[in-house]
Design a protein around this ligand. Structure first.
Ligand SMILES: Cc1cc2nc3c(=O)[nH]c(=O)nc-3n(C[C@H](O)[C@H](O)[C@H](O)COP(=O)(O)O)c2cc1C
Length: 386
């Protein structure tokens, strides 16, 4: 049994401060991190998916970010049971999710997802649809956990995106964001991390272009900035936009988007200026420093460099010693909240993402608030809709 001490609720008290972002008011700083579940048959989230998100809202999570949701482009996502943010059936399914979360007092944003260079057409229902890659490449491969066969398929070069294809993809994001706003979502989260499409433009390993979409870090940020502007135009001023980014890629866990704070500033500033409200810096452990000479995490750097809200994530409520990457087995529950709160109180970040702890227990935040013991970690919960 972990954390049976009564003082837990007092220790986390600072994280229970409410926050207003544009027209969105959230009750506390705990955010459910986006997690792909592959449980939406035919790309339509069903009653079980709505109930899964509702349980997290009932468990007092301040803001839920959904699993990655395909934008309105046939090349957005590969595996069949990843949900879509287009089409009448999927939108009706999402409306039910939103309504249930709101009925339970929660707030929810969809994570708009386009896999870009990482989409594996062979495992998708649309195998004939060409990949969408800025420069037709998947980028330099380093430390990965991809099967050799999949990697071989992804390493086949394709045609770089044309200007009009890029413009069509931006429209696809805008259409899906408009759909989400129409349904009643509380904001829009963009998946700009981990080697997927927006990150393919940001990273010099996948963006070899010399036109307006490529070149120096500022030019590589042009596509994500255009996405943010297009989304802002269709959703209006009330809904916040969150942008997730990362150093690591599915192509290489050791890859780096930026080698220095200056480089990161050049990358993030145009995206911030385009209208992002929250930067979600994705990393494995919230307390791993990003650049030498400073303890700041990635969300902390984004906050410092852009003046926008910063969100961190990685290993909250989990024992880092027991695993190597984000979805392997062998994690263990662990109370590391003091270290998290200490950083929060220093102003490093404004929001904290909680991933696997919330898969393990929908009431993880509620338990922390009430000072109740956390459940032991059960890896089976990673693959079911508990
Ligand atoms: C099962 C699973 C699925 C995930 N799917 C996504 C995803 O769709 N989009 C995304 O940005 N991150 C995804 N992630 C990463 C999480 O959002 C989070 O950053 C990561 O799990 C680290 O947080 P944690 O240590 O609290 O779990 C996923 C993680 C897990 C465990």
């Amino acid at each position: 049994m972990l954390n049976s001490n009564k003082a837990l609720s007092q220790r986390i008290h600072p994280l229970l401060a409410p926050l207003a972002i544009r027209g969105l008011a959230i009750a506390n700083r705990f955010v459910m991190a986006p997690m792909t579940r592959e449980m939406s048959r035919g790309r339509v989230p069903g009653q079980d998916v709505a109930a899964y998100y509702r349980r997290r809202a009932e468990g007092q999570v301040g803001l839920i970010i959904t699993e990655g949701v395909g934008v309105d482009d046939p090349a957005a996502v590969d595996v069949p049971n990843v949900p879509a943010m287009y089409g009448a059936a999927a939108l009706a399914g999402w409306k039910q999710v939103v309504d249930e979360v709101h009925a339970a007092g929660g707030k929810i944003m969809p994570q708009l997802w386009h896999q870009g260079a990482m989409r594996d057409a062979a495992i998708s229902p649309e195998p004939h649809v060409a990949p969408r890659r800025p420069s037709g490449v998947i980028g330099p491969i380093g430390k990965v956990s991809l099967e050799a066969e999949k990697l071989a398929r992804l390493e086949i070069k394709s045609a770089p995106l044309t200007d009009s294809e890029i413009s069509d993809i931006i429209d696809a994001y805008a259409r899906s964001a408009a759909n989400a706003a129409q349904i009643g979502f509380d904001g829009i989260a963009i998946h700009g991390a981990h080697g997927y499409l927006p990150d393919n433009f940001l990273w010099s390993g996948t963006n070899l272009r010399t036109d307006r979409w490529g070149g120096d870090p500022k030019a590589r940020a042009e596509f994500p900035a255009e996405l943010v502007r297009a989304i802002r135009r269709v959703i209006g001023d009330e809904l916040p936009i969150l942008f997730r980014f990362s150093q690591f890629k599915m192509q290489d866990y050791n890859a780096r988007l930026a080698d220095t704070p200056q480089e990161l500033e050049q990358i993030l500033t145009p995206i911030a200026d385009a209208g992002v409200d929250i930067f979600d810096g994705s990393q494995r452990y919230f307390d791993t420093p990003i650049f030498e000479g400073s303890p700041l995490n990635l969300g902390g750097w984004a906050k410092k460099l852009t003046g926008k809200l910063g969100m961190c994530v990685g290993g909250v409520g989990l024992d880092r010693g027991k695993r190597d990457h984000h979805i392997d087995s062998g994690s263990a529950a662990s109370d590391n909240l003091d270290r998290l709160v200490a950083r929060f109180e220093q102003g490093e970040f404004d929001l904290v993402g909680v991933g696997r702890s919330l898969l393990n227990d929908p009431d993880w935040v509620g338990k922390a608030i009430r000072g109740e013991p956390f459940l032991p970690f059960d890896n089976n919960n990673l693959s079911r809709l508990t």
